[in-house]
Each structure stands twice: as C-alpha cells, then as structure tokens.
Design a protein around this ligand. Structure first.
Ligand code: AMP
Length: 271
C-alpha cells in the first residue's frame, strides 16, 4: 500500500483516503464520492479494528460483506481497496498505542474505555500506510473526527482531515452498519434519536431557548420510546472541547448515544 501511494505521489497525484470497517452503505459511499471529487486517486480501506472494541462489544458479530463492499466501492469510483489482516496491522511484538487525552474520555469515551485509543492508533497507522493528501470521515462519528484531527495535528501527520455530512435514511435515522442489527420495530424506535436531536435544535433556535431546556426536550422524546433500553448520554456540548455547552457561545453540538436492545446507536447535529 505504501509503495502504491508512493508511486502515485511521485507522479504528482493527490490521494484521498477513506478508512472504513466495511458493510458499506450510502454514508460511506458519500465519503468515497467526495474524495473522488477532490483527489486524483481514491484509496478505501476495510478493516474491522479489534483494538477499538471492548471485551463485551460486537467485534465478533460486526457485519462483514467484503464482496458487496468491493462492488460498491468500484461503482462509486474508488481506485484502490486496502484490506489488511489483523496480524499485519498488529504483528507479534506490537507495543505502541496512540492516546489523545481528555477528548477521548468524554461522551462515548466514558462508556467505551479504550475505544478512542484504538481508533487513534489504527487511524495513525492507516494514514502512515496510505500516505494520503486528504482523509475523509463522517460527522456521524463526531467525537472520532475531533480525536483524529487532534492526533493528526499533534503528530504532524501532514494530512487534511475532511469531515462530511451525515447521510440519513428517509425517516431521519443516520445510516450505520449497526442498523443491520435492528428488527423492524427497533428500527422504528430508532427514529426517536433524530427526533430528540431535532427537538433540542428547535429549542436552541428559539430566541429564549436555554441549554437545560433543550436537554430536557431531548430526554422527553427518548423517554417516550419503550424500546430504548438505555440512554448513555443526551446533551448539548461544545464542539471543540466536547464538554457541556454554556448558553452563550456560537456553535453547539447536540449529541446522543442510546441502546435499543443490545444495539448501541449514536447521532449528533451541529447548530
Ligand atoms: P465505519 O465503517 O463505521 O468505521 O465508518 C467509516 C467512516 O464512514 C467513518 O468516517 C464514519 O464516520 C463514516 N460514516 C458512517 N456512517 C455515516 C453516515 N451515515 N454518514 C456519513 N458518514 C458516515
């Protein structure tokens, strides 16, 4: 992969890189298309990274469809598909971990200890392997984009991190490989996630709306949905620090993580 990148770079070509865990949907493909618009060569990777899953998480049952992925990537204009094996990424003796302080501990980090070190480590490695000009990530995983931007800047990786809008189903549910776990009733219930984000947004857009009012509007939408088994967080945050937002200040991140049955789903919007 490094050699392939070097060859293209030597010819003056720009490389756009889209790292994924596969089971691709239109959200992933929107990143491929954006990368195609902005670069000469598009490299996609499919790697279900064991380091970012906790011991009781869904690593073993995470959806995998490499043939389907290959076809979708080809149709969307990807030029190179990189599918490393875990033993190539983490050979015997592997001992290095990349950890982004503070940002990794907030929001999802509080519920998934070690997750963002796993993400930062693998993305750092993938960027060093693919050597892209630009790398593309979805806003759907907002905290991930913040952690990766920090890591890339702190470690002088020399890549432009591009964040692309969240692609949604017609009913507003954010596309996710994990939506495949949902039964029909659960999928309907998952509509409450976007409903809660919109409820908070409409409070904050009104002239007198406060952050606590927005948070309680969100919670009341989520509480009404019987199939939501756990609300991990639902709140309004500062998009730079991920700490709780004050009423003053410009841009705000409204973000949610819930469980529906065993399936953990996240979503967010910026206003
Ligand atoms: P994943 O395969 O879940 O690791 O996702 C790979 C990339 O696709 C990440 O940058 C995600 O943020 C992005 N992505 C996942 N779902 C969506 C979506 N619905 N819209 C936009 N980007 C997404």
């Amino acid at each position: 992969m490094q050699e392939t990148s070097r060859r293209h770079t030597a010819k003056g070509k720009s490389i756009g890189f889209v790292p994924t865990m596969g089971a691709l949907h239109d959200g992933h493909l929107s990143l491929i298309r954006r990368s195609k618009d902005e670069n000469d060569i598009v490299v996609a990777s499919v790697f279900v990274n064991p380091m970012q899953f906790g011991p009781n998480e869904d690593f073993d049952r995470y959806p995998r469809d490499i043939e389907g992925d290959r076809e979708k990537l080809e149709k969307s204009g990807a030029d190179v598909l990189f599918i490393p094996e875990a033993k190539m990424i983490y050979p015997q003796g592997f001992a290095t971990r990349v950890h982004v302080d503070a940002l990794s501990e907030r929001l999802c980090g509080a519920f998934r200890p070690g997750h963002f070190s796993g993400v930062a480590t693998v993305v750092c490695k993938l960027l060093n392997i693919a050597r892209p000009t630009r790398a593309y990530f979805g806003q759907k995983d907002f905290q991930q984009t913040v952690v990766i931007r920090r890591m890339a800047e702190d470690l002088n990786i020399g890549v432009d991190i591009v964040v692309c809008p969240t692609v949604r189903e017609p009913g507003g549910l954010a596309m996710s490989s994990r939506n495949a776990y949902l039964g029909a009733e659960e999928r309907k219930a998952a509509g409450a996630i976007n409903g809660a984000l919109q409820a908070a947004a409409s409070v904050l857009r009104s002239a007198s709306g406060t952050v606590p009012e927005a948070v309680s509007a969100m919670k009341s939408v989520l509480d009404k949905e019987q199939l939501i088994s756990e609300i991990q967080y639902a709140g309004v945050y500062d998009p730079l620090t991920l700490s709780e937002a004050a009423d003053e200040g410009k841009e705000k991140l409204i973000a949610v993580a819930v469980k529906i049955g065993r399936t953990r789903l996240i979503d967010n919007i910026l206003i």
